[in-house]
Design a protein around this ligand. Sequence first.
Ligand code: AHM
Ligand code: MG
Length: 335
Amino acid sequence: MNTKKIFLTRYLVEQQRRDGHIPPELRLLLEVVARACKRISQAVNKGSLGEVMGSADSENVQGEMQKKLDIIANEVLIEANEWGGHLAAMASEEMEGIYVVPNRYPQGEYLLLFDPLDGSSNIDVNVSIGTIFSVLLKPEGAGVSEQDFLQSGCKQVAAGYCVYGPQTTLVLTVGDGVAMFTLDREQGSFMLTEENLRIPADTKEFSINMSNMRHWDEPVKRYINECLQGKEGPRGKDFNMRWVASMVADVHRILTRGGIFLYPWDKRDPEKAGKLRLMYEANPMAWLVEQAGGAATNGKQRILDIQPDKLHQRVSVMLGSKNEVDRVTSYHGTI
Ligand code: AHM
Ligand code: MG
């Protein structure tokens, strides 16, 4: 198939035509999210030439300092999505509660969750960052509440991310494989550049913040120690390590050439299940990875099966090449 001339719009229309695989409202929603990502990409590209760099001198609900771009990206996504009639409400890493579509607009049946700007610590040093999003259907019934969002990841109807790197790339699933679109800046459109992405089951590359090693649990220490022993160790092969510190960029590499990504629970803050957020970081990434033939667990359980009890719930994450994820999960005594 010649993927060069397929715009995102055409790809989505064709998905819609194929047995109504995606309804028109979902198609509109995804186009609007993509349009918002284009605007965020423009803001990211301006860097020091725009009013986008540095701290916003405020904290989000997680107690993390917000960057100006965190706030800009959040506003762009809300403004783009609130009026179209496809959404009932939105939730974001940067907002404590849910954002219900105002009364002046029609309410739709979808719920949109996002991390507007993932990898914020990389903004000021000109390293890849991104937007992660997840779409759920609102359960039947009048009104919309935070409770409506608390659905496990296997209920997602669409998920994706946009990485703002050397290229701006949108990666998407609607439950029928994973497709990749690259922003053509001259045309102002996302063009299909790869379909049916597959993650190889085996890999020689791991991605973890090694500076936390002393805080990890034994199964994760064992897994990484065995990788570090290389050819001479039990794995009988040398491993490479990569850590961008933007989940979008690390997961993008894994979807492109395989690998395993881990952000496990650690003893620095034992009450927290992990650093990453379940509903708008781990769930969309876990679904994309599974759709590409990989696996995603918290060490004990498939991420997509976790029933959330809080919007901003955190989770331990191990995802990527299936045989490696199965191995580290088995070290937790659950396979
Ligand atoms: P953010 O959503 O506040 O940007 O934080 C999430 C990021 C991930 O993108 C990345 O994998 C991780 O946090 C990096 O953590 P660390 O700074 O410990 O390396
Ligand atoms: Mg994030």
